[in-house]
Write a protein that binds this ligand. Structure first.
Ligand code: GLY
Ligand code: MN
Ligand code: MN
Length: 432
């Protein structure tokens, strides 16, 4: 579909669904405020770059502080753009005409904005103190919950943005992998390669990239990069990094090994098995299935792989029942993806007690976009309790010791559920 037409259809879809949510929550109008740059520290005078309020970003990729969209059922959405009077900073890039086309655009002093209806809600991450909005409700939880549900079913426009975000990140992942294969093992150098190849300043990335060499790959959010290269002859690299496209982020992880020896070979075999099980989980995605059932399936597939590789001992069932897979793979299978990397609306009910970090407990539906990111790590703090009791017999500790210098494996793709099946945005982008 032509991008301008897809975007016009997206805004029409939001006009309908935000209008319905407003009516259901007792509002006649919603004012979506872009927000304002946040102070980095209360004792300093520097600000973070603007991260627009997510419900505003859902409508338009416009990095203009204090911009406002006014939504009222049955009326065309109005976009009020602020007059930017700032000679300290370069103005945000001018939006293309097609991005403004679905709106009635007003160029007006924001402080003069008055509530468009007696029952108005304002949604903002930095609510403005404009006198005309004094009587409005700010961030009412029931309305936010209803708008979050709209965010869980992506339009064609959103899927195109997410696909572009995957393509951009794929360029960074390829560059980091090539540099690592050629001998680069400084985490900082690999991080900078990633940023250069994906054409991003760090502040523009959807989340701080995880670039982990060797044992650091067992640190789930390793973002404190070593500058010096590793001295290990055989080692690993885990890169978990994304990119933005018109307000939408990708979230991709790949793991690599280099060097020779039995331990490196075992780690390579583990990477291959996690990659295969991740593809098998994606193959099982279908509307109507509980995402938590997929998470459980990923533990079953990991347990079988551990037994086959000789890392696990005994039955796959015992490795799950006794918590061994949960010590090796302690995070959730994935999460909703969109404007926010951990996007909203898909964890309306808590997961089972044995899946405490699962961020998606929804039933799979057409329109959803989520990650599938199983992993397997040597995290000694989680393995110590097993080693101290009869569960010690369920692992080959020589194999665990061999894997420890490589840290761990995670393979993460971004997938869309569509009428015809599942589109793996990440593998499409990496194969292109
Ligand atoms: N990059 C964070 C995550 O994978 O959820
Ligand atoms: Mn993720
Ligand atoms: Mn990730």
């Amino acid at each position: 579909m032509d991008p301008a037409a897809a975007y016009a259809a997206h805004v029409a879809h939001l006009t309908e669904h935000y209008g319905r949510a407003a009516a259901a929550c007792g509002y006649d109008a919603i004012v979506l405020h872009a927000g304002a740059p946040a102070l980095r520290d209360p004792f300093d005078d520097q600000h973070w770059a603007l991260r627009p309020t997510p419900a505003f970003a859902h409508w338009i990729a416009l990095d203009e502080p204090d911009a406002v969209i006014v939504v009222a059922p049955g009326r065309a959405p109005r976009l009020r753009r602020p007059r930017i009077d700032d000679y300290w900073h370069a103005p945000p890039p001018a939006p293309p005409a097609w991005l403004l086309a679905p709106f009635t655009v007003e160029d007006a002093a924001q402080a003069e904005l008055t509530a468009p209806a007696p029952r108005t809600a304002v949604i903002s991450s930095a609510p403005p103190a404009w006198p005309g909005l004094a009587g409005a409700d700010v961030n009412p939880p029931a309305l936010i919950a209803a708008l979050d549900q709209v965010r869980t079913r992506k339009t064609d426009h959103e899927r195109a943005c997410l696909a572009e975000a995957s393509r951009r990140a794929a360029r960074g992942h390829r560059a980091a992998a090539e540099a690592f294969a050629a001998g680069e093992t400084s985490e900082l150098a690999l991080h900078l390669r990633y940023l250069a190849a994906s054409a991003q300043d760090e502040l523009d990335t959807p989340y701080k990239g995880i670039v982990a060499i060797g044992p650091h790959a067992a640190v789930l959010h390793h973002t404190r990069y070593d500058v010096a290269p590793t001295t290990a002859a055989a080692t690993s690299l885990l890169v978990d990094a994304g990119a933005m496209a018109r307000g939408y982020g990708s979230d991709i992880t790949r793991t690599y090994a280099r060097g020779a020896g039995a331990a490196a070979d075992l780690f390579r075999a583990l990477i291959d098995r996690v990659d295969a099980l991740q593809r098998e989980v994606i193959r099982r995605i279908r509307p109507g299935l509980a995402y938590e059932a997929l998470h459980d399936a990923s533990h079953e597939l990991l347990a079988a792989a551990l037994v086959e590789l000789g890392i696990g001992r005994g039955s796959a069932e015992a490795l799950i029942a006794r918590g061994v897979t949960r010590a090796l793979y302690p995070h959730g299978l994935g999460h909703s993806l969109g404007i926010q990397v951990h996007d909203v609306g898909m964890r309306r009910t808590p997961p089972r007690a044995d899946n405490p970090y699962l961020r998606n407990t929804s039933t799979i539906e057409v329109g959803q976009v989520f990650t599938i990111e199983p992993g397997c790590y040597v995290i000694d703090a989680l393995l110590a309790p097993l080693r101290a009791d009869d569960r010690a017999a369920l692992l080959d500790w020589t194999a665990i010791d061999a894997l420890r210098p490589f840290g761990g494996v995670r393979i993460e793709d971004d997938v869309c559920v569509v009428d015809s099946g599942v589109v793996d945005l990440t593998r499409e982008a990496l194969a292109a």
